[in-house]
Design a protein around this ligand. Structure first.
Ligand code: NAI
Length: 290
């Protein structure tokens, strides 16, 4: 069994849904957990101490160790406070699961700047801030595990979610770069793109999906990715309903000429669009252009 004894985990947005499930699973397997949740509504408005405190109570009833944080992770002060809560209660941070999220859906033409900015602030800036606040501790320890929460809506696009899909694809870039920079200090970062039955999706998914898409089926992957035995870094996985799959950003073999003109591109469009053999890294992409 993969255990997390002596590991300290911060899980943002852990008062409900997926984060709550991640917190319960890691605590059940021995981790000391900071349960962070602002306790607001799905659109990010409001705040309450109830959700984070409720999950902490449940973990303690089950014999685990946890502390609550109601800090807003989209602000630098809030992100620092979450990390400080882990240090004060448990002395270190081994694991950060950036899970907090909000929705402000609107069709692209009607989306306000505020709706765009608020969604990026929680998902992207929040994940950057909490990871960065924990980073010096992880570097000093020569060990760290970060999981960011992307979405199929970001990887593939989704009607009415220009803000959310921008944020969720942004997290792929953040994950890959933390993975590259963290490698020399034993820090690994991966992203999940889940589907689960939570307050975020219960109005969208058919009722019979509730059990099949239980959040616990996503938490199993999170637990593996934040375990010390996991070698993967910079990867992205879709997960839900009991299925896990690697998602990769790949470049096709491309088509080249020494006289690239708009007309030449138009005339060789099928070769430009070809998918295989594909290229997986920025270095190989550059090499193919030489
Ligand atoms: P949820 O609404 O149950 O959980 C999100 C939690 O984040 C809430 O408890 C909320 O209070 C908290 N939160 C929001 N803003 C915060 C802030 N500034 N600081 C601290 N906490 C904050 O929704 P769910 O479904 O559990 O979502 C978890 C993550 O998974 C989100 O990032 C979401 O975008 C992502 N996701 C969920 C999918 C699903 O099918 N449920 C699909 C794809 C991605």
């Amino acid at each position: 069994m993969l255990r997390f004894d002596d590991r300290v985990a911060i899980i943002t947005g852990a008062g409900h849904g997926l984060g709550r499930s991640h917190a319960l699973l890691l605590a059940e397997r021995g981790a000391k957990v900071v349960v962070n949740d602002l306790g607001g509504a799905l659109d990010g408005t409001g705040a309450s101490e109830g959700p984070a405190a409720g999950v902490v109570d449940l973990i303690k009833q089950n014999g685990g160790q946890a502390v609550a944080s109601t800090d807003d992770i989209s602000t630098p002060e809030g992100a620092r406070a979450v990390v400080q809560a882990a240090v004060d209660a448990f002395g270190k941070v081994d694991i950060v699961v950036n899970n907090a999220g909000i929705l402000r859906d609107k069709s692209f033409g009607k989306m306000s700047v505020e709706e765009f900015d608020q969604v990026l602030a929680v998902h992207v800036r929040g994940s950057y801030l909490v990871s960065q606040a924990a980073y010096p501790l992880m570097k000093a320890a020569g060990y760290g595990r970060v999981v960011n929460t992307s979405s199929p809506a970001g990887l593939f696009g989704n009607f009415g979610q220009a803000n959310y899909s921008t944020a969720k694809m942004g997290l792929v870039g953040l994950t890959k770069t933390i993975g590259i920079e963290g490698a020399r200090n034993g820090i690994k970062a991966n992203a999940i793109a889940p589907i689960a039955w939570t307050r975020m999706t219960e109005a969208l998914l058919p009722a019979e999906f509730e059990a099949k898409f239980a959040p616990e089926r996503v938490s199993a992957l999170v637990a593996y990715l934040v375990h010390e035995s996991c070698e993967a870094s910079g990867e992205v996985f879709t997960v839900g309903g009991g299925r896990v799959a690697r998602v990769f950003v790949a470049e096709g073999p491309g088509w080249r000429t020494d006289d690239l003109t708009p007309e030449a591109i138009a005339g060789n469009w099928d070769a430009v669009m070809a998918e295989q053999p594909y290229v997986l890294t920025a270095a190989d992409s550059m090499k193919a252009m030489l």
